[in-house]
Design a protein around this ligand. Sequence first.
Ligand code: ADP
Ligand code: MG
Length: 576
Amino acid sequence: MLKLLKYLKPFAISLIVVIVLFFVQSLAELYLPTLMSDIINNGVVKNDTNYIMNIGKIMILVAAGDAVCVIVANLIGSKIAVGLGRNLRDILFKKAEKFSLHEFDKVGTASMITRTTNDITQVQQVLVMIMRMMISAPLMGIGGIIMAVHKDAKLSILFAIVIPFLLAVIVVFLLKGLPYFRIMQQKLDKLNLVTREGLTGIRVIRAFNRINSEKKRFNEANIDIRDTGLTVNRIMAGLMPIMMFTLSATQIAVVWFGGLRIDSGHMQVGDMMAFIQYAMQIMFSFLMMAIMFVMIPRAEASAVRINEVLEMEPEIVDEKETKDAEVNKRGYVEFKDVTFSYPGAEQPAISNISFSAEPGEVTAIIGGTGSGKSTLLNLIPRFYDVINGSVLVDGIDVREMSQERLRAKIGFVPQKAVLFTGSINDNIKYGKSDASTEEIEKAAEVAQASDFISNMKEGFDSVIAQGGNNVSGGQKQRLSIARALVRRPEIYVFDDSFSALDFKTDAKLRAALKGETKESTVIIVAQRVSTVMDADRIIVLDEGKIEGIGNHKELLNTCDVYHEIVYSQLSEEELA
Ligand code: ADP
Ligand code: MG
């Protein structure tokens, strides 16, 4: 919680205003019972109407000032809390966008969402409470005691019994309840995770008739959260009645002993009335502090979770001084003895990879699933950093370039096509925000997407549903190819981007692509021999190692793995 305090800086002035307002308000509250006892002692008892009217007016003024302070302070306080929530969400989201894929694996998407929403709301709510009580509670508690002692020192001995008792009760309850607040947030993460999977995976769930088991999984998480909530509330439920009982008992005791003291002439009636009110104020301030002590740890659990994300350092960051690519180089990609392994993996995903690709060339990578093709491609836009060796783009190590400039050179088509909610136009424009209509149409044409787009009711303005669920896999792929094409990048990276296309469309697309990419470097990952056959250079990957480099003819004669792949596929096609 303390670590989040620095994010309150922009609100410093408002915060001071709130503190001052609550300070003034507390003083007013402390003053009111004294005024009342004056009215009773000097006005009512002595039957002095004038006195009652005069002091009464002051009372009204003080009470009005009190009310105004509370209203204004609460208003400003809420603004601060809401503003802090907004800022934190903003920072959290921006931070997450900077994360490399490692950090996402660490936190998890569902937890990330809970942290950005529920956890921040939690902190926000508590902040309002803290602002309200941090000043008034101690001030009213201590001020109340001073005033009460001032009114009647002997009767104040009561507090020596009541206050320690209250403190003990609060401590006991807190110790029992606290651990559960932390558990509560974890359970919420779990619920979010299950909900997310249940919703995004709905097609698979239905296809495999797993609806009931998903329901059960959700139900378990849901019940789990309910049970924890119940446990917490059962513990905390006892707190209020005990506090209220103590409050009432104290009141009775004050009246009882106060009555005796009035009887013996040691105390005035008005003073006893004031004393009762001070007793209430004191106890309420302890109650408020108790509530605060319940809320703070709860928010603390959330604050820790927020902080975890805020303090996580992205593994991939720009160097302080980034280098620009050499001026006369455009689209050169070179791997120098590159080895990379995923954290925790026993074997490197790719090892000792060396090759280079130049503009105007097509480099194809072929190999079985899990042979490291995607991993290799992910190193070019620096999604991961190599363990050994180096990846050079335009003659510069990618770690020395700014990520933004590096990625601006690359048109990346991921293995799993990702589209965003919005029109087809928007999705293609994602590659180049100022693309003209002609550019967009051209890109769609080269990507062989024009036909199906013009068949859609609203053409380029047709809306893509969330996750691109209203277009087929092949259409999705072609749109994400168009998105890369519209950028006219120096380097094209296609990760198995033709896999969902039929042979004819695949061939047509590659022919059209050739004309488009004359001055660019093209790197294609593919499973089909026919897709890679006419590439200038084919790299055969097997278990993360290069088994052969060369063109189709060379490899057929020299590389067994390639020979095997070609043989198996050709016979397949011949059989078909
Ligand atoms: P390909 O694209 O050739 O099918 P990949 O490059 O995706 O192969 O995967 C190569 C190897 O790396 C596989 O053994 C896979 O299990 C592993 N791998 C891929 N992605 C990750 C990841 N994010 N974390 C850990 N291991 C991974
Ligand atoms: Mg792959």
